[in-house]
Each structure stands twice: as C-alpha cells, then as structure tokens.
Design a protein around this ligand. Structure first.
Ligand SMILES: [Zn+2]
Ligand SMILES: [Zn+2]
Length: 275
C-alpha cells in the first residue's frame, strides 16, 4: 500500500488554485500518512500564451512560512513534508543562470525533497500545442531527452527526476513517433541517475486519467534491471480530487515489475516503505 504522495501542487504553483489545506485535508481523508507538497519553481519560464500563465516562480519565504505552520497544525494527523519541483534547463543562454538559482535556493532553504523536471526545451513548453509546428515530432522528442540527459549530468540539486518520459504526453494526436528509437538515450539517463545516487518518480497523473504512468512500465522495468531502487510515488495533483490518484493501480503494477519498496524523503534523506 502506498501511504505517501510525493508530488503535489498548491496555489503556490501558477497552474493550481488549490489551497494547501484543501489538499492536505483530502490526503487525510484518503488515509495517507505522509504528504509532500512540491510546488513549481521554473525560472525563466516562457510566457504561456493560450492560458495567460506567467512565470512558475513562488516566494520561498512565504512558502516555508505557510507550510511550516501547516506542518504544526496537522501534526498527529499527517506528516507534511516541504518539497519543490525544480525546472531544469539546458539552453546555453539559460542553463548556467538557472543552475546557479536552483542551487542557491536548495542550499538556502531546508527542503525535505526536490524533484528535478524538464518542462521547457529550447525556450518552449511542449504542453503548448503551437510549439509542435515547424519541427518534426521526432526532433522535439530527441531534444527533450537530450535536455534531460544534460540536466542529469550537470545538476546535483535534486533527489529524483520527475515524470521521465513527460514529452510523450504532448505528442500531437495523429502524429506517430517510433518511441523505441529513444530507448538507448533513456537507458543512458537511467544509468547516469543510478550512478549519481539519484532516483526517479512514478508519476500517476496519466494513469489516473486512463493511460500509463510516467515513466511507462517498460522504462520502470529497465530502471529496476539496471539496479535502480530509489522510486518515489506522486500523483502530481493540482486539485484535491487528484490526490493519490490511481495509487492502488500503480502499487499493483510496481509489484508485478518486481519492486517491493518505494522511497520517501525527509530533510533530503531517503527512507523506504513497503509497497
Ligand atoms: Zn512537472
Ligand atoms: Zn508537478
């Protein structure tokens, strides 16, 4: 049984309107023991035209003040952890400054847990459909994995990589890409993560919506075959009704793949729980 959700958002993220309390209270109703809030920090996020999003940046002082008070408020009911989802970048004109800002933030604030994610490639957000014009889908998928590999090799300020095959969520309908082409680079990414003592997450947001986890089960199987054991589970909930989404299904799937444990983090230190 999975009793810890380690990827969740609140209104500190540009794309969520949920109060931290509403998310925590839902987690308590569901019987979770541990709940980690991991709001978005994506420095230099490109403007989001279609929905008018601005930068995915929050005030860390306010964040810690609010969440530290909630840790106390819910003590005995739920163990609240303070995490973050950091946007990692590889563009030559953004990567050094982004890395500096990410490291400074993680060094200056006592995060329990840090997810590193690639949300932006070549200054565009693949979530935005318009960005898929002008280049082949295959090129965009390649750019995404190149960017992930760069970040894995150059950033140290994270515990697990978020939604590793995130890009496949956004391949436009009707476009076919032979994804097996990317198995070698994905395997390199997995091996690099393991060698550097980093893990991956099982992101259940798409499983909840009826497709697969990110990364997909075949990538999780390869991660295990390479000796990967650090695995957090996260719903990526942006609304209370998404908290711990599809966790039972994910638990079954992971057991079928041979995993026996999953990871949780406190003060940046990992511990394991039985699936
Ligand atoms: Zn993300
Ligand atoms: Zn997220």
């Amino acid at each position: 049984m999975i009793t810890a959700d380690f990827h969740t958002h609140t209104s500190f993220s540009t794309d969520s309107k949920a109060s931290p309390e509403s998310m925590i209270e839902r987690a308590i109703v569901l019987g979770l023991k541990t709940y980690c809030i991991t709001d978005h920090m994506d420095y230099f996020f490109p403007e989001h035209n279609d929905e008018g999003f601005t930068e995915f940046v929050f005030n860390p002082d306010q964040y810690f003040e609010t969440l530290t008070a909630l840790k106390k408020k819910y003590r005995g009911k739920l163990d609240l952890r303070i995490g973050i989802e950091l946007g990692l970048r590889d563009e030559p004109d953004a990567r050094d400054e982004n890395k500096k800002l990410c490291e400074k933030l993680v060094n200056n604030y006592p995060f329990d847990f840090v997810i590193g994610s690639t949300h932006v490639i070549d200054h565009f957000d693949p979530y935005n459909r318009e960005c898929w014009g002008g280049r082949s889908a295959e090129d965009i998928v390649q750019m995404y994995y190149d960017s992930v590999l760069y970040s894995v090799r150059n950033y140290d300020c994270f515990n697990v990589y978020g939604h590793l095959d995130y890009i496949i969520r956004y391949i436009p309908e009707g476009v076919t890409v032979d994804l097996t082409k990317f198995d070698p680079i994905i395997d390199t990414i997995l091996k690099e993560l393991i060698a550097r003592g980093k893990g991956i997450e099982v992101n259940t947001s798409r499983l909840f919506r009826g497709t697969k986890t990110n990364p997909s089960p075949d990538i999780l199987a390869r991660y295990r075959a390479f000796g990967g054991t650090t695995l957090t589970i996260g719903s990526d909930a942006h609304k209370p009704e998404q908290v711990a989404g599809a966790f039972e299904k994910a638990c079954e799937m992971l057991k079928e793949l041979g995993f026996k444990e999953y990871s949780v983090f406190k003060n940046g230190k990992e511990s394991r729980r039985k699936l």
